[in-house]
Design a protein around this ligand. Sequence first.
Ligand code: 5GP
Length: 125
Amino acid sequence: MPIDPTLPYDDQNVFAKILRGEIPAKKVYEDDYAVAFHDIAPQAPHHILVIPTGAYVSWDDFSGNASDAEIAGFVRAVGAVARAAGVVEPGYRLLANIGVDAGQEVPHLHVHIFAGRPLGPMLAR
Ligand code: 5GP
């Protein structure tokens, strides 16, 4: 069920629980600003989620309210995760769903990294 991104942060969301270590995740990266782990239902050979460690609902919330250090740390982490996964060549796709029309399901900002095969058109036609 897509979430309403204008709602306040819900600290019971599944990624908040992963950050607190309350539920397991196959982590591939962790620093002060970001954590990355494999998606539980991969849609490509590589499907990794990168999330900020701060409590931000969406890209809208994060870009408007996070500190410069948090934003820089998160963006650098996305790049580092892709490099460590070995997907810079032949390429990868970043995707962030924000709000209802995008079908965002988990109300903690996350960027999907897809790679490992030709990924096709950007949007279903
Ligand atoms: P969204 O549709 O919000 O952009 O993507 C949410 C993603 O989170 C989906 O790809 C879904 O498979 C993934 N996901 C949902 N619950 C869990 C979980 O408990 N663990 C992991 N690793 N991924 C999850």
